[in-house]
Ligand binder design. Structure first.
Ligand code: KIV
Ligand code: NA
Length: 277
């Protein structure tokens, strides 16, 4: 069934076919990604917010990411599965990063890992790719550095910052990343950066000039509504649909309308007679 691999992603970029990527957090969302024919399934640390209810991504652990990756993997067989390295699992040293990446692959079933940061992460990326684990870079708005960035805001909006973003992306390519996520950067900047590197760029809030797009599934399905970034399009309102269904269920139970005849099991009259005796 046409397993997506790194060569598939290179070919898509060569053929100028946009790469599709979406996040998943559990078995059913992993199945949904596969059935939709999405190319890359990201077990993103955004699951801290959309699946675990944390304020931001800072508290999610490597064990959390492994737990969710295992569930996604059971549903997601065709898409290329990438798992985010959570905050604190890779910054201390390249050795720490390699150990964490190995756990995500070995225990979580990840085929590649993603980590945040630019040129300063080059040695770490080299160390991980050296053991044969592909690395997806992530620059621009890097949510794990929310405090340092002064909140979730668009990046690379000055000439100087845009140049830095380009240099960081080039450094990630040089370090061996197979692709780079560009988050919340002006479309023109993302377009120019995408032209300057040979590896695919995957944009989120980075316009149409990248080699692919990524969205958080809960955002695009309209499930997560604590806040909605400008770059997110809601393709459904599943949150509303869910609320509706649950309210209707509760009302029918209270009115004695559920369960109806068709939801019930029967016992043969003779057996029932015996039961009463
Ligand atoms: O955690 C996540 O969902 C991500 C994507 C938004 C790229 O990192
Ligand atoms: Na992430």
């Amino acid at each position: 069934i046409n397993k997506v691999t790194l060569p598939t992603l290179r070919r898509l970029k060569q053929d100028k076919m946009p790469i599709t990527m979406v996040t998943a957090v559990d078995y059913p969302s992993g199945v949904a990604v596969d059935r939709a024919g999405i190319d890359v399934c990201l077990v993103g640390d955004s699951l801290a917010m959309v699946a675990l209810g944390y304020e931001d991504t800072s508290q999610v652990t490597l064990d959390d990411m492994i737990h969710h990756s295992k569930a996604v993997k059971r549903g997601c067989r065709r898409a290329f599965m990438v798992t985010d390295m959570p905050f604190g699992s890779y910054e201390v040293s390249p050795q720490q990063a390699v150990q964490s990446a190995i756990r995500l692959v070995k225990e979580g079933g990840a085929e590649a890992v993603k980590l945040e940061g630019g040129a300063e992460m080059a040695e770490t990326i080299k160390a991980i790719t050296r053991v044969g684990i592909p690395v997806l870079g992530h620059v621009g708005l890097t949510p794990q550095r929310k405090a340092g960035l002064g909140g979730y805001r668009v990046q690379g909006t000055t000439g100087e910052k845009a140049v830095q973003l380009l240099q960081d992306t080039l450094a990630l390519e040089e370090a061996g990343c197979f692709a780079v996520v560009l988050e919340a950067v002006p479309s023109l900047v993302a377009h120019v950066i995408s032209k300057q590197v040979d590896i695919p760029t995957i944009g989120i809030g980075a316009g149409p000039g990248t080699s692919g797009q990524v969205l958080v599934m809960n955002d695009l399905l309209g499930i997560f509504d604590r806040f909605s970034p400008k770059f997110c399009k809601r393709y459904a309102e599943l949150g509303q649909i869910t609320q509706h269904a649950l309210s209707e269920y509760a009302a029918e139970v209270r009115q004695g309308l559920f369960p109806a005849q068709e939801h019930q099991y029967t016992i043969k009259p003779l057996e029932y007679q015996r039961f009463l005796e």
